[in-house]
Design a protein around this ligand. Structure first.
Ligand code: PLP
Length: 443
């Protein structure tokens, strides 16, 4: 009824769900593939579950949609059976996230009327969208009998993994680029009892090290894990449900390792195939200027334009790009540490998403992200700098007329502020556009 399958059509190798074949034997990424077509009458079921009557799997913004991610292959209406499989932090993952209109953000971006929505994923239990995918990844980890989960992290993955591991009584190893993690994220990992393993290097080095070590023991919960991708599909589910399953014109994400955009693409491809949505929204991925691998490759800044090409991706071009990065020591660099990634692990799945949705990729500067972050705050919502990339990117794409002023756009605010000094520094520097420096009234 469901299985793991290589995403490259020409390869298409299949593996059972109870395996950890996150890559096929040729090294291509795999997907969870469901064979049945879920009935659109489930839309009504999902909506009604919001009145959850104490059932945490109805309360959860992830498991509320469990028929569309039922890789456990269980009776989704039997609460006892759900409880013996699904990992949930008492129904809190994804529970509070839905799209909102934010007037000042819309004015900042130049969007007209009520066309702009922003969806704060920071209101997840560990403070970022990662909880959506971690709930499902740890569920699969339990399904294959894992006792120890392992991840590399720019911060939020470790906070999320640590939280679920502690709640499930599992061990958790976290590989971090030493000295490059926002203190608010690192402290969460410590707080939840994770074992921190410092790697000298950047995030890409930490991920490579963690994958080398996992061969011996443990279960990887980075977004190369297709079961992470399954849970993150609920981010577009929630926004589509809010728009009564009428697809918006655009969905806009900051791009780091590209797991989130990959999951959005997979969700849209499935929903379209199943007849749940009539039209495909376009995906826009926003890179930081200093960490713009996807932008460079997709837009032909490094040879020909990199494309999905029916699954025949020019991977030699990606390798060449990485070699060049290594040789010239072009380390990714941005203050938005969550997207400071040079080798996006999900680039192939992201290319598939961009292909299916006629997607675009652009970049924004650190200053633009900080201004956007500040504007989100002025609407009474909190987000971190990397999330500011979504709004800053929307502004840039409206200015360059790629996005029309009255297009319906949903931007994903990926995480809550965990770098406490960043807004303090921003507001104390009066030259910043939205700064409100403190007043001093003497003794
Ligand atoms: C992880 C993360 C990102 C990047 O998401 P990817 O799926 O890796 O592209 C962006 N923003 C925040 C706050 C994050 O935690």
């Amino acid at each position: 009824m469901a299985h793991l399958k290589c995403i490259v059509p020409e390869c298409g190798l299949e593996y059972p769900l109870k395996s950890v074949a996150f890559r096929c034997e040729h090294g291509h990424p795999t997907d969870v593939v469901y064979e049945q077509v879920p009935s659109t009458s489930l839309k009504e079921v999902f909506y009604k579950r919001r009145d959850h009557h104490g059932n945490i799997f109805d309360e959860s913004g992830v498991w509320r949609f469990r028929e569309l991610l039922n890789f456990c292959q269980i009776d989704t209406f039997d609460v006892i059976e759900c409880a013996s499989h699904f990992v949930s932090l008492d129904g809190s993952e994804g529970r509070l996230s839905k799209p909102y209109h934010m007037k000042r953000a819309a004015r900042f971006a130049g969007a007209e009327g009520e066309s702009l929505w922003l969806q704060p994923e920071g209101y997840n239990p560990s403070g970022s969208f990662k909880d959506n995918g971690m709930a499902t990844a740890v569920t699969h980890g339990k399904m294959v009998g894992a006792k120890r989960i392992i991840c590399a992290s720019t911060g939020n993955t470790s906070a999320s993994a640590g939280m679920f591991a502690a709640n499930e009584g599992m061990k958790c190893d976290v590989y971090i680029p030493a000295g490059q993690i926002a203190p608010g994220k690192l402290s969460q990992a410590y707080q939840f009892g994770a074992q921190i393993i410092e790697v000298d290097g950047n995030f890409d080095d930490a991920l490579e090290q963690s994958l080398r070590d996992v061969e011996r023991d443990g279960y990887t919960v980075n977004s190369i894990n297709p079961f992470r991708i399954e849970g993150q599909k609920t981010i577009p589910y929630r926004l589509l449900e809010h728009l009564e399953w009428k697809a918006p014109d655009w969905i806009v994400y900051p791009g780091g390792a590209l797991g989130n955009t990959s999951s959005c693409g997979k969700a849209l491809l499935e929903l379209h195939k199943w007849g749940w949505i009539k039209k495909m929204p376009r995906i826009a991925v926003i890179n930081a200027e200093g960490a713009s691998t996807l932008y460079n490759l997709y837009n032909g800044k490094f040879g020909t334009k990199l494309r999905w090409n029916g699954g025949n991706v020019d991977t030699a071009l990606i390798d060449e790009y990485y070699d060049n990065m290594g040789r010239r020591r072009l380390d990714p660099h941005t203050q938005a540490s969550a997207i400071q990634i040079g080798k996006p692990a999900n680039i192939l799945k992201c290319l598939r998403a961009l292909d299916a949705t006629d997607g675009v990729v652009t970049t924004v500067s650190d200053k633009e992200m900080l201004d956007a972050m500040a504007v989100v705050g002025l609407n009474g919502f909190d987000c971190e700098m990397a999330s500011g990339a979504a709004l800053a990117g929307i502004k840039k794409l409206i200015e360059s007329k790629v996005i029309k002023k009255d297009d319906v756009v949903v931007g994903i605010l990926t995480g809550r502020q965990k770098d406490a000094m960043l807004p303090v520094r921003y507001h104390n520097e009066s030259s910043n556009r939205f700064a409100r420096p403190p007043k001093n009234r003497g003794a």
